[in-house]
Design a binder for this molecule. Sequence first.
Ligand code: SAM
Length: 185
Amino acid sequence: MSFLFSALLVFLLIFQFFLLFILLAIVSIVFSSIVSVPWVPTHSRIGRQMFKLADLQPEEIVVDFGCGDGSLLITAVKEFGAKRGIGYEQQLFVRWLGKLRVHLAGLSGKIEIRKENFFKVEFPKEVHVVASYLFPKTQADLEPLLRKAYPKGTRVISRTFTYPTLELIKTEKNYKNENLYLYRL
Ligand SMILES: C[S@@+](CC[C@H](N)C(=O)[O-])C[C@H]1O[C@@H](n2cnc3c(N)ncnc32)[C@H](O)[C@@H]1O
């Protein structure tokens, strides 16, 4: 009887920690969404359309600025055979979720989710396709850094939001009637 009671106590304690963890994650995500770009994942159906638009080839390298839970990178590597995916995500719990998703998909060797604020780091050197789903102001701030870091002709794809002066190559609607944009540096 006392064993059952102790087991129940341990279970309740673990459950309390679990609830606290979930609560902390929710508060952190809501707070980050208020002060910065919120996390909204891109479904693989839209990711597929974006990388088709960019004509992503196997052996190419993709970077997602603000990669959330890694949805876009997973689509790029799993469905298009991209050689590598690099993402930056500043929200702790979202990044953990991304790392877990990448691990469960068996793609840890190919996808790296970095913890940095991408405005504060040197960008990865070899990149063929840049992906982003950020607010226009953030993309406007990112634009000159992309021009500086990558050669002319590098493809840039964006969901919903535009870049102010990049050369627009093509635009398409996705199934949610949002715009998808393909640019070239
Ligand atoms: C709309 S979500 C898009 C997620 C992912 N790209 C996708 O399409 O599934 C934007 C993400 O960018 C992240 N983010 C915004 N600004 C950032 C910055 N300066 N550095 C790193 N991550 C950033 C946010 O935390 C958020 O998770």
